[in-house]
Design a protein around this ligand. Structure first.
Ligand code: HDE
Length: 686
């Protein structure tokens, strides 16, 4: 066989060549700017011969590819982010001199990343987990990173326990499963040995652990921080993000099925909302209080396992965050973004919360192993948008070219007419003054000892249905635990938290309720806080909701079109679903669908409409995807609006009439809610 013959495809075996001049910005080049003439074939000795080491085009391309991945975050590896702005709506210069709070209407750019905690970067979006809620404010006095979660408390009180907590929840060390889930021995072993985890645990086991959308989650700074004004006066502060769309959640079966239907459910939802101009929005609200108030509370404000109920210290809304731009490049921006709780600006300061103090070290440190260089602050997403200058020099991947000799401070090079470089300024960051004295001790303060009162407060504050979800979630997770003594120890704590919870989980598992644990400090009953419940505060709105309209041959075109436009004018989105996506003949003309029935199950939507003729419904009553579409919508407590013809499908799916099951006209109202009362008819809850 001749070794210099090549075959010709339509475009030629060298792929498409463009008539571009060398140096044109569209010309493909190597990383060093050498124009590339052929991006299809490596350089060989003869057409079928060995590839030559000399091929710098091939070697550079493969070399770069081989090193494309960087270590994923040890926690919060899976995340999605967007750009936007913070707008101050109620300035608070008397409380904080932070520039973003200075004037009404002032806008500060932000980059916000949401994440799950336990799963790897390629894991799914909807497991039961805490969600990260990290906001980088590019203020004009430097970057402030508010690195929070969607749950206002944390599992542990002291940073020294963090590696243990995370080791226990991540996939088990020998078998490398489960991925992205807490329903396994090691996690429950750890939490049962550390009752301080109980408060966050009950939040995570509630519907807070399965948010419907990243756009429908609250966010919390978790720790108590300090705000400092220009006179140096300080107050304590807890930060809250409140979603404009209200806090909404899945129910467990739905979130588990959403995972199968769409791994990227939350990521896609965020991306698409921003692309269609439906910008997610949150209010920033502050709980501001002083030392006297802190001293009056029956818990310690430095303990990150405690909230201060809104009823005790009300929220003051100071601004809003709008996310209005998707990243241009996931890796460059979302993956390389580095959030550091140690990034504070003048006007914001830390407290002695021992969890926060540990975080101040960890986040800077982790960037070196993740991004590989101390110069990670020069990556565009991490760089401040205000000028920055100091005497730090060199290091791997240095991109800044410093001029002159001034790389130390103080210097007197200006006396010789040279540029002396940056100097510290009086208006710079001053740490809030605080008297510190005491013995060096490796202990927990006694004021951190009560681990049961606040989880009991949570249990007492939510609705009956939410309580049933909590008890069922714990029952489910413990059913996956294989070690009897671990289950028993969990139950012994749940009994102290609330006898009812312990009993319901024991019943759900079918095991005896063990002796109650002996708390270090006896719990007290705190006043119920309605703000803690999702269901008590569920917004009756179509805004942000996705409605599926299932149709088939012969469906009424006008009914579909008028429903779609009514949903959209109420701020929702409507997606057309049919057995086939191509043109489907209707009563008049034809229509294409946005999604095929088998690939668009109802878990992807908040409510469903069935615009079907009697014949179509008869046919679909024999189609498992159609039956599942309806029976899942019903089981997930969603509104179902059905045309008269759809009855055969409703019957087959076992749908019984209730407030959430209406005709098409009634759906617009019904779709604003979920039907919690339906649930006890459908499944056994603990
Ligand atoms: Fe984190 N955490 N964390 N964490 N955390 C990280 O930093 C850590 C804690 C949170 O979207 C890591 O850059 C310690 C509380 C979010 O990039 C790491 C302790 C809260 C994100 C780290 C905590 C959080 C992280 C991994 C106990 C809520 C994702 C990658 C002392 C207030 C940020 C990274 C993003 C990420 C350490 C506890 C929230 C390893 C040691 C409490 C939202 O540095």
């Amino acid at each position: 066989m001749a070794d210099d013959k090549s075959y010709k495809t339509e475009r030629g075996n060298a792929g498409e060549r463009h008539q571009l001049a060398t140096g044109d910005t569209q010309a493909m080049t190597t990383n060093f700017g050498v124009p590339i003439s052929d991006n299809q074939n490596s350089l060989k000795a003869g057409a079928r011969g060995p590839t030559l080491l000399e091929d710098f085009v091939l070697r550079e391309k493969i070399f770069h590819f081989d090193h494309e991945r960087i270590p994923e975050r040890i926690v919060h590896a899976r995340g999605s982010a967007a750009h936007g702005y913070f707008e101050c709506t109620d300035p608070i210069p008397e409380i904080s001199r932070a520039s973003l709070f200075a004037e009404k209407g002032k806008k500060t750019p932000v980059f916000t990343r949401f994440s799950t905690v336990a799963g790897g970067a390629g894991s799914v979006d909807t497991p039961r987990d805490v969600r990260g809620f990290a906001v980088k404010f590019y203020t004009d006095e430097g970057n402030w990173d508010l690195v929070g979660n969607n749950i206002p408390v944390f599992f542990i009180q002291d940073a020294i326990k963090f590696p243990d907590l995370i080791h226990s929840v991540k996939m088990e060390a020998d078998r490398a499963y489960p991925q992205a889930g807490s329903a396994h021995d090691t996690f429950w072993d750890f939490v049962s040995l550390m009752p301080e985890t109980l408060h966050t645990l009950i939040w995570a086991m509630s519907d807070r652990g399965i948010p419907r959308s990243l756009r429908m989650m609250e966010g919390f700074g978790v720790h108590t921080f300090k705000l400092v004004n220009a006179q140096g006066e300080e107050q304590f502060c807890k930060f809250h993000w409140r979603p404009k769309l209200g806090t909404q959640s899945f129910i467990w079966d739905e979130s588990a099925k959403a995972q199968g239907a769409d791994n990227d459910f939350h990521r896609r939802d965020l991306w698409e909302a921003i692309e269609r101009g439906d910008y997610p929005e949150w209010e920033l609200a502050l709980q501001i209080f002083d030392q006297d108030l802190a001293d009056s509370l029956p818990y310690d404000v430095l303990d990150a396992t405690k909230i201060i109920p809104e009823e005790v210290v009300p929220l003051r809304v100071v601004g809003r965050m709008v996310l209005d731009r998707n990243p241009d490049n996931f890796f460059a921006e979302t993956e390389q973004s580095a959030f550091l709780p140690s990034n504070v600006v003048p006007g914001i300061d830390f407290t002695d919360d021992p969890l926060l103090q540990g975080r101040l070290f960890s986040y800077l440190d982790t960037q070196k192993s993740r991004l590989g260089t101390t110069n990670f602050h020069q990556i565009p997403v991490n760089a401040p948008k205000c000028p920055f200058a100091n005497m730090q020099r060199d290091g791997m991947m240095q991109t800044m070219i410093f001029k002159g000799r001034a790389n130390y401070e103080p210097n007197s090079l200006n006396d010789a007419g040279e540029d002396p470089g940056p100097r510290p300024v009086e208006a710079g960051f001053h740490t809030a003054e605080q008297r510190v004295e005491g013995k060096k001790l490796r202990i927990r303060p006694e004021s951190f000892a009560d681990h049961y009162s606040q989880p009991r407060l949570y249990w007492n504050s939510v609705t009956d249905n939410e309580r049933a979800h909590i008890a069922s979630a714990i029952t489910f997770e413990l059913s996956k635990v294989s070690l009897d003594h671990v289950r028993e120890r969990v139950l012994s704590h749940l009994r102290v938290l609330h006898e009812d919870l312990g009993r319901r989980v024991a019943d759900g598992l079918g095991i005896e309720l063990p002796e109650a644990a002996e708390p270090a400090k006896a719990p007290i009953d705190l006043d119920v806080s309605d703000a803690l419940s999702i269901q008590k505060n569920w917004p009756a709105t179509l805004e942000g909701r996705q409605i599926a309209i299932l149709f088939d041959e012969g469906s009424s075109k006008s009914e579909i079109e008028s429903l779609k436009s009514a949903v959209e004018s109420a701020g929702g989105t409507a997606m057309l679903v049919a057995p086939k996506v191509g043109g489907i003949p209707l009563d008049q003309g034809e229509m294409t669908a946005d999604g095929q029935l088998a690939g668009s199950p109802s878990v992807l939507f908040d409510a469903v409409a069935l615009v079907l003729t009697g014949d179509a419904a008869q046919k679909l009553a024999k189609n498992s995807a159609a039956i599942g579409f309806v029976s899942d919508a019903y089981a997930h407590l969603k509104a179902i609006g059905a045309s008269e013809g759809a009855q055969a499908l409703l019957d087959k799916a076992g749908v019984e009439k209730d407030d959430g099951v209406t005709d098409i006209a009634g759906l617009l109202e019904a779709a604003k809610l979920r039907y919690w009362d339906r649930e006890p008819k459908l499944r056994d809850l603990a």
